[in-house]
Design a protein around this ligand. Sequence first.
Ligand SMILES: [Zn+2]
Length: 355
Amino acid sequence: MLRLLGYSFAALLLSGCLAHKAHAQRSPFSVGTAADAPGKKATGYLVVPAGVDAGTMLPVVVIEGGKPGPVLALVSGAHGTEYASIVALESVANLLDPAEISGTVILLPLVNVASFERKVPHLNPVDNKSMNRFYPGKADGTQTERVSFLITKEVVDRCDFLIDYHGGDLDESLRPYAYWAPTGKEAQDRVSKEMVLAFGLDHIIVWRDRPTDLNATRYLDNTSTARGKPSIVVEAGYAGTVESDDVRLLVNGTLNTMRSLKMLAGDPHPIENPVWLDRVVDIISDGPGIWYPLVKRGTYVQEGMEVGYVTDYFGNRIFEAHAPVAGVVLHINAVPSLQKGDNIADIGVVASHAP
Ligand SMILES: [Zn+2]
């Protein structure tokens, strides 16, 4: 373990020195144990040594195109039961032909291996932490923090652009949407907006006022954004399903975004009239009980409309959930189980005008 740790620190120092100048092709480009020559696909692992808890190994694919260009990072599976996004990245890894790519693609299809293997939603069961809240991570923290630290150094610091893939978790019925987080830096925001429009999901949340302190960025995409790399988040899939429609949205969106970044040839066909949302409001459960939804994912609701109710275990209604705002149901609890404090639904509020 100590030897591994020493090795990875040496590698990190090296990659840190090269990070800013390295983007215009370097041979071979390696991430973790995945290294290969231009024009090839390499597979391997980001090895996270044991520390205060168990170590883990994250699968990584590096596809170094035959032509020079930028480095794009594609990351999914921070929540290991958001299956459609994980399957989509497996598909992207198989579909991409190095001969057609300008630049390099780093794919991390499954960040939260324990969540996937044990079918645990939301959290990494090793330390009970969300794997998208502890960036930039800590070298000596729990597993989630050590994974986040390694991804920051090995992937975020070395990419030019990043896409983070999510979806409805095992208990979330979700309609597809994306996040765009403007920073106020015109050049960066123009590229990230081009990316999110090229990706093509038809509802886009404008996520403003995010942490800019590099040591407190929390989310993966924000970690990348705060370091000056245009980044977006995309969500599709729901409640344990892997519907071909959802996977297709994520795969085609990725290829179109690569076209917009000139990493693949062809017209990206950006979406022209998405619904822009400028706020997301949660509905939280008041107590434990049995959930009965009255609306579906994607339903547009009026302020005050009943979206579902909760009964006790004798069938008595104990809580009615009303939409606190008018908007679109981005996701709604997909299963009867509810605890106090659980998220029942997220309502996206339509922006008064496009940004
Ligand atoms: Zn997620």
